[in-house]
Write a protein that binds this ligand. Structure first.
Ligand SMILES: C[S@@+](CC[C@H](N)C(=O)[O-])C[C@H]1O[C@@H](n2cnc3c(N)ncnc32)[C@H](O)[C@@H]1O
Length: 383
């Protein structure tokens, strides 16, 4: 069977029909999510890393994992149809139409890290007689290097057609100044074998997680550092996150562990907390959304009532929380409210916005004219 790269240029291959077909396939969603998690594991990012670039982001299947993991991301892709599908799905990242072979169109030092899932093999193909894959690949790596912060990292899962393509990619990365190499997962499996290019633009606090490094290039030795691997993610978090993901995709997943269920029952016997973030018959499917203004009351006088606009909702069972923002005495104040905190007596929805912000990009309101304003004063006025 021919590979997509051999059939047509990417912006033509990924047309409206293909973009919808690709994005709605549960098999594709599954595989892309799995590879994105693996890329993040290899990146082994510092907790302070926030801003990521997704190269060849398509319709945002890889990007939505970045959102789930709490990163802010920008995505670039050459296919208008894939990007349009991403916009329809209201992905959280900012999307740019750009050809990676023309270089990464961002200022130097813009990103903590970059990922690319199933895209960079396209660089190895010449779409027109005057396009030179080697030059395009080199321009890509040179500009990527510049767009990363010092010590920034890049992990790309890709599908090389042959060893020449691997050599082309590795040698251009090296010329651009990257350190790193290639990790091959499941090397003996014809079906599951996966190639990850794992690079860093100089030294970083936390080294790349190079378990399974297969082909080498100048690199600091990380070896089989189990602690590092463990730090990447605990098993419990991994399982919970996977379960949430599968639930979102409409799959039936195993019930939460008896411990979690018991705790939830104990902390929320009447379901009012869970009903705030999970659609059910009790709440008629109506749940809180980023942009809503809520008031949080505590059952102790020591903690004052807090009113705030929801910037983010994290749904993680017992660790679920709402990030609220208000402007108090002209100072932006943010409070992370743990939904199952037993000291909270109630959380009331006070107001819904006239219009929800596109893609709920609440983070961007901080400190600009879109900021929340003094909510208490505005609510008093309304009365
Ligand atoms: C298989 S899709 C992967 C999309 C996304 N990363 C995911 O995980 O679902 C490959 C994507 O690479 C994009 N692509 C191919 N060549 C590109 C180029 N030269 N510049 C930017 N994007 C490109 C395609 O348009 C397509 O959306």
């Amino acid at each position: 069977m021919s590979r997509p790269e051999q059939l047509a240029p990417p912006e033509i291959f990924y047309n409206d029909t293909e973009a919808v077909k690709y994005t709605s396939s549960t098999r594709v969603q599954h595989i892309q999510a799995k590879m994105t998690f693996r890329a993040l594991e290899l990146l082994n990012l510092e907790p302070s890393s926030q801003m990521l670039l997704d190269i060849g982001c398509g319709s945002g299947l890889s990007g939505e994992i970045l959102t789930e993991e709490g990163y802010i991301w920008c995505g670039m892709d050459i296919s208008p149809s894939m990007l349009a599908t991403g916009l329809d799905r209201e992905v959280d990242g900012d999307l740019f139409l750009a050809d990676m072979g023309n270089g990464i169109p961002f200022r130097p030092g813009s990103f903590d890290a970059a990922i690319s899932i199933s895209a960079i093999q396209w660089l190895c193909n010449a779409d027109t007689t005057n396009s030179d894959p080697q030059r395009r690949t080199l321009r890509f790596f040179n500009t990527l290097f510049a767009s990363l912060k010092k010590g920034g990292k890049f992990v790309a899962q890709f599908y090389p057609m042959n060893d020449n393509q691997i050599d082309q990619i590795l040698s251009c990365a090296k010329v651009a100044g990257f350190q790193g190499g290639l990790v091959i997962d499941d090397p003996d499996s014809k079906k599951n074998k996966k190639y990850y290019l794992v690079l860093s633009a100089g030294q970083s606090e936390r080294q790349l997680n190079l378990q399974g490094l297969n082909m080498d290039a100048p690199m600091n030795k990380v070896g089989n550092n189990k602690k590092l691997k463990k730090k990447v993610e605990s098993t419990k978090n991994y399982i919970n996150r996977k379960k949430e993901l599968m639930k979102k995709r409409g799959k039936v997943v195993a019930k939460d562990s008896k411990f979690t269920e018991k705790q939830l029952e104990k902390l929320d016997p009447t379901f009012w907390r869970r009903d705030l973030i999970k659609p059910s018959e009790r709440n008629g499917g109506s749940i809180l959304r980023p942009g809503d203004i809520v008031r949080v009351m505590y059952n102790t006088r020591n903690i004052p009532t807090f009113t705030g606009q929801i910037i983010k909702i994290s749904k993680k069972n017992l660790d679920s929380n709402l990030l609220l923002r208000n402007l108090i005495n002209k100072v932006g104040v943010e409070l992370n409210v743990k939904l199952f905190n037993p000291l909270i007596s109630r959380i009331d929805l006070v107001r819904k916005p006239n219009k929800y912000k596109l893609r709920n990009r609440q983070y961007y309101i901080r400190g600009n004219r879109l900021d929340v304003g003094d909510l208490d004063a505005s609510l008093r006025k309304k009365k």
